[in-house]
Ligand binder design. Structure first.
Ligand SMILES: Cc1cc2nc3c(=O)[nH]c(=O)nc-3n(C[C@H](O)[C@H](O)[C@H](O)COP(=O)(O)OP(=O)(O)OC[C@H]3O[C@@H](n4cnc5c(N)ncnc54)[C@H](O)[C@@H]3O)c2cc1C
Length: 361
């Protein structure tokens, strides 16, 4: 049985600092409602993503280093349990803790979510740096440099390094001032890139639209490729990873900055998101047209993920799940797994909520 929540997509304002939303509300709908009123909820970048799954798995995006993950703004939730009871997390803080980063399809059906919202940043600016015809060793050096310089960025910035086998891309966004470390980052990559694009300083709502992504269904796969603290952790395998990417056009590897407020000890205590000590999060993406090409891409993902496993990378992001992760529960939930299993036992002892990667007791 699949429960279709798509009609639970309302937005209601409690007061000027909090909203109640249905889990099927898309980010686009939320942003179009709150940003024009000067308010903001730190979410992901794509418009079609539902606030339910995004929050329950963590939720990172362009502003998380400044405001925390989406789950960090969750104040309370109403759920329907396996036995049919309706519960609000005001009556069980432990359940709220679990829903913040580990709630996807595990304990109960979330039917309503109350979020803290904050003053929206006024503007955002984007910068892009591209290097075409990049060999594996050169891409590795750019990647190393990106790790070193991205560490120095202020929390108002997000950055990503991307390699598709031929070209490296670096993205930088900033919702704050371009201070000396931002200028240093820009100057450095501007000099060493074959193409540099400086976006205009745009009002936040308009700037975010550039990252809304496709409006139509497309064939693609996106999967976590590990969370880690620094380049040294992936250095032993990065050339092999880049080589595999080069051999399969259509696949790309992307590393995103985390850190900043995500690492706040208070937010760590208050949520089940297990990977706050990791300052980088990487993913694999592949896009293809013909269904017959699927197997080749899926097999290739596994080969690349195996390289990261060889380097000892164990942490993975629940919102970019993959059936390839055999030890998925520990990889997604880390040290919180046992505590989460106790909550599963309390609310769904018969494992009514299931699926290939749902917690089981
Ligand atoms: C195009 C695209 C872009 C993305 N960009 C980002 C990004 O920038 N940042 C980021 O963090 N993630 C991103 N993601 C990943 C996204 O966070 C997950 O796919 C998330 O699960 C989407 O939530 P959903 O409600 O739309 O999905 P669904 O597929 O409906 O749900 C996903 C999981 O959550 C569970 N779930 C959903 N709603 C509920 C509920 N109400 N109660 C209990 N369990 C529930 C489901 O059982 C399922 O296991 C992106 C995904 C896509 C497809």
């Amino acid at each position: 049985m699949v429960i279709n929540l798509s009609l639970l997509n309302q937005i209601e304002w409690f007061d000027k600092n909090s909203i109640s939303v249905g889990p099927a509300c898309t980010l686009k709908k939320i942003y179009e409602n709150i940003i024009p009123r000067g308010k903001y909820l730190p979410g992901g970048s794509c418009q079609s993503v539902g606030i339910g799954g995004l929050t329950l798995g963590g939720g990172y995006g362009l502003t998380s280093r400044c405001y925390g993950l989406t789950c960090d703004s969750l104040l309370e939730a109403t759920v329907v349990t396996a036995s049919g009871s309706i519960i609000n997390t005001k009556d069980d803080p432990e359940l709220l803790w679990a829903l913040k980063g580990a709630g996807n399809g595990n304990f109960a059906v979330v039917t309503e979510m109350k979020f803290d919202i904050q003053k929206a940043p006024a503007t955002m600016q984007s910068f892009k740096f591209r290097n075409t015809n990049t060999g594996i060793k050169a891409a590795k050096e750019i990647c190393r440099q990106w790790f070193a310089l991205s560490k120095t960025l202020p929390v108002t910035c997000f950055s990503a390094f991307i390699f598709n086998g031929r070209t490296t891309y670096i993205l930088l966004t900033n919702i704050g001032k371009n201070d000396t470390s931002v200028k240093h980052f820009i100057d450095n990559f501007k000099l060493s890139s074959t193409k540099y694009t400086q976006g205009k300083l745009l009002p936040l709502g308009q700037a975010l639209k550039a990252y809304y992504a496709e409006k139509i269904p497309i064939t693609f796969k996106n999967a976590s490729a590990g969370l880690y603290k620094n380049f040294e952790e992936i250095e032993p395998v990065i050339e092999q990873v880049f080589d595999l990417i080069k051999k399969k056009p259509g696949i790309l590897y992307q590393v995103n900055t985390l850190g900043g407020k995500i690492q706040s000890p208070l937010l760590e205590t208050n949520s089940a998101f297990a990977h706050r000590n990791c300052t980088y999060f990487s993913e694999l993406q592949a896009y293809w047209q013909s269904p017959s090409a699927s197997k080749g891409f899926l097999d290739h993902f596994e080969l690349i993920q195996q390289q990261f496993a060889n380097a000892g990378i164990q942490a993975q992001y629940r919102n970019y799940p993959d059936v390839n992760f055999k030890n998925w529960a520990r990889m997604y939930y880390g040290k919180n797994l046992e505590r989460l299993l106790a909550i599963k036992n309390k609310y769904d002892p018969g494992n009514m909520f299931g699926g290939p990667q749902a917690l089981k007791v």
